[in-house]
Design a protein around this ligand. Structure first.
Ligand code: FAD
Length: 493
């Protein structure tokens, strides 16, 4: 968070300041809001639902979370004295209307660093400046602003570990800033009604099983619960999908209901008090570092939004496989850990990180389907769908990203299941048709003797699909595909 005092150029002393909320849906630790309040001027908080613009529209599951988060922010702001103004349409046009209505001379915002939003915001700032309205941007979403974590020669990092080291050594933690006691607004302004935006699905309400409590209070509660119950065993449990061993903070962080520095501070203070071992806290901080790394990369290499970070991977001979894709999307591949993950995603809007890696590998390697297809599905189905994290992680899985898993390391969905879901609790939760199958065959039901299958009530191909690929052969096909793009460099060892 940038804390430097703000001096505004001063048209009328009482000209209000617009605070343009976007993915910073909180009152505490919110630099744009804090600086707006520090001017002593009335504040006009606005959220604009961007329509028809150049920024990739949020996916369906994200919109569900956004609905809850906006309602929470609106309630919090109303309680402080400044109702949230909701507008819908072209962001610049809506800001101009609001400026005309209020006489505001400044717009404060917390920056979005992904390329499309970054250039949209730059255009808006340029356009408003020509009319004497100043736009001021702050970093409220990342531990460090992209462009400030650089190698010795001044370039961006492409490898995570040194990035993290420089990030943590060279960035001043943002001190916590409590939510303001009051926000003085400007009286009643026209505002859209969130119910009319239909952000949540209704007919049918396929999001009824989504988990999490959107909003700043929900974020604070999730952080506190994790510090009390998960952080102490984070490195042991974070890879076990049946165990609630991770923070579940991802949608809260994506929508800016929580400042990442507050999460760092909570983890480190638990370590300092002796409530959790220090290395556990630092392991969690490192994951927050991956979040920064992902967005820094996307900001610095905008082409990676839809092109391989390592350009030779754009020549990968991806397959068109509508039937395979549909089986993957609906959790009907015949590989229990893959199907469990895809069903968890569909039912809850979230999937465990280990399983994201397994299902991602299955799509790009076993099915040889383009990582962008998987990225799009996740974009629509994850409540935490995030431009930087989603793209970077899909490229990591595909082997085409910065510091990526090598393409020739193909996850075996059976051994991954046996290792990370050894007692089968995760698979049995999400693939209930297999619940009576003994552990020994649970992750590879096609290997079970007919008698065992009969006792478990499973008719292969009826109650549960047969595997849609032979993993060993699919792996060789993936390696052959890889050799076509990088014949000399890669090997299968
Ligand atoms: P925790 O383990 O508690 O981690 C704390 C926080 O650190 C997370 O909330 C997240 O903000 C950050 N983090 C953790 N792991 C990663 C990572 N690998 N990369 C970047 N940040 C990380 N995460 C998203 O937030 N949005 C996405 O769209 C997204 N898409 C992904 C796609 C694929 C194919 C894969 C393999 C991973 C993806 N991730 C994404 C990263 C990761 O799976 C989630 O952040 C994590 O599972 C969220 O759960 P949590 O909050 O309990 O994580």
């Amino acid at each position: 968070m940038e804390i430097a005092p703000v001096t505004t150029e001063t048209p009328p002393d009482d000209a209000p300041v617009i605070v343009w909320f976007r993915r910073d849906l909180r009152l505490a630790d919110n630099p744009a809001l804090a600086h707006a309040l520090a001017t002593g001027r009335p504040v006009v908080p606005v959220y604009i639902h961007d329509e028809g613009g150049t920024v990739r529209p949020a996916g369906a599951a994200s919109l569900w979370w956004l609905d809850g988060s906006l309602r929470a922010l609106a309630a919090d702001l109303a309680a402080k004295g400044a109702p949230l103004v909701l507008r819908r349409g072209n962001c610049e046009a809506e800001l101009r209307h609001l400026i005309a209505e209020t006489g505001a001379a400044t717009v404060f915002l917390n920056r979005l660093f992904e390329p499309e939003a970054w250039s949209r915001d730059a255009d808006i700032a340029h356009g408003l400046k020509a009319e004497g309205v100043e736009c001021r941007g702050f970093n409220g979403s990342l531990l460090a602003r992209p462009g400030t974590v650089l190698t010795g020669s001044g370039g961006p990092y492409k490898v995570f570990t040194p990035f993290l080291k420089t990030l943590l050594a060279g960035t001043e933690p943002s001190p916590p800033v409590p939510a303001p006691a009051a926000v003085s607004g400007v009286g009643t302004l026209a505002s859209a009604c969130i119910d009319d935006w239909s952000l949540k699905p209704t007919r049918p309400d396929w999001a009824s099983g989504f988990v999490g409590t959107p909003g700043e209070a929900g974020a604070a509660a999730a952080l506190a619960a994790f510090v009390d119950h998960g952080l102490g065993t984070y490195s042991r449990d974070r890879d076990r999908p049946a165990v609630p061993g991770t923070s579940r903070l991802s949608p809260h962080l994506h929508f800016g209901e929580l400042c990442p520095w507050r999460a760092v501070a909570a983890a480190r203070s638990a370590a300092a008090d002796g409530r959790v071992p220090g290395p556990e806290a630092e392991k969690f901080v490192a994951q927050l570092g991956w979040r920064d790394f992902s967005t820094h990369l996307l900001h610095q290499f905008p082409a990676m939004a839809d092109r391989a970070f390592r350009p030779d991977y754009d020549a990968m001979p991806w397959r068109e496989d509508p039937a395979g894709l549909a089986a993957w999307q609906t959790g009907q591949t015949g590989f229990p850990i893959v199907d469990a993950g895809m069903r968890q995603l569909w039912a809850t809007g979230w999937m465990h990180n280990r399983v994201r890696m397994i299902v991602g590998s299955f799509l790009v390697k076993d099915l040889l389907i383009d990582w962008r297809v998987g990225e799009r599905w996740f974009w629509n189905t994850l409540v935490d769908a995030d431009p930087g994290n989603n793209i970077q992680n899909w490229q990591w899985i595909a082997g085409s990203g910065a510091d990526a898993a090598p393409y020739f390391r193909v996850f075996n969905p059976v051994t991954q299941g046996e290792k990370f879901d050894a007692d089968g609790r995760y698979v049995r939760t999400w693939v209930p048709e297999l619940r009576r199958l003994p552990d020994r065959w649970l992750h590879a039901p096609w290997t079970a003797p007919p008698e065992i299958l009969r006792q478990a009530g499973i008719r292969p191909g009826h109650d549960y699909p047969r595997p849609i690929v032979d993993h060993a052969r699919a792996r060789l096909r993936a390696l052959d595909a890889l050799r076509t793009i990088t014949p000399a460099r890669n090997s299968d060892d």
